[in-house]
Write a protein that binds this ligand. Structure first.
Ligand SMILES: [Zn+2]
Length: 194
């Protein structure tokens, strides 16, 4: 697959981990179009996602030999387990029971392999860039940060597709991942029905 042209509209989740879950595109709830099917696309996504600091990103990109077929499959499994787990946490639907367990184990092992380092705001857990699991570990630590933050209660899913976002608005609340895509399509569909 050619490199997907990542744009601002791929990063509407409001959190790096939600944007990772949103690397599957669909226009319903099918989760049928993977935008990171290879490492080239994972790296291109990561470069724009804000998941890693610029220094971490540099270290990750310098060790590309660590990124193999197994690690990519593992990343995809983690994404779909975490999709189920986040859905479950925000009360959308019951997840497969093993998705919750495997997500918890993934976070736990990311801490075991990770490093506790000084950050802009004190100290933070970081994935070790020399480990094969580094990408999934960085994402698991990001998920953990989301689960422990105030933002969790503002996580919503788009009324049309499977994308998640943080609703920072007041009042009625945001229904769509992006007005320019799902919001518009929903308006057009409503118009046709009338
Ligand atoms: Zn949507």
């Amino acid at each position: 697959m050619d490199q997907y042209a990542w744009s601002e509209s791929d990063f509407v989740g409001g959190h790096p981990f939600l944007n990772f879950l949103n690397t599957v595109a669909d226009t319903d709830k099918s989760r049928d179009e993977d935008k990171i099917p290879d490492w080239r696309n994972v790296r291109a996504w990561a470069s724009q996602s804000g998941l890693l600091s610029s220094m971490e990103l540099e270290h990750f990109l310098a060790n590309q030999k660590l990124d193999g077929v197994r690690e990519l499959a593992d990343l995809h499994h983690f994404r779909e387990d975490a999709y189920q787990a986040v859905s479950n946490v925000i009360g959308i639907k019951p997840s497969r029971s093993n998705a919750m367990d495997s997500t918890r184990m993934r976070i736990s092992s990311a801490f075991t392999r990770g490093r506790f380092e000084r950050s802009d705001y004190g100290f933070a857990w970081r994935a070790n860039p020399k480990m094969r699991e580094r990408w999934a570990d960085a994402l698991a630590l990001s998920l953990n940060a989301l689960l422990c933050s105030d933002d969790l209660r503002r996580v919503r899913q788009c009324a049309r597709c499977t994308w998640f976002f943080i609703d920072r608005g007041r009042g009625v609340g945001r229904r769509w991942c992006d007005m320019r895509t799902c919001g518009n399509r929903a308006k057009i569909a409503a118009f046709r029905c009338n």
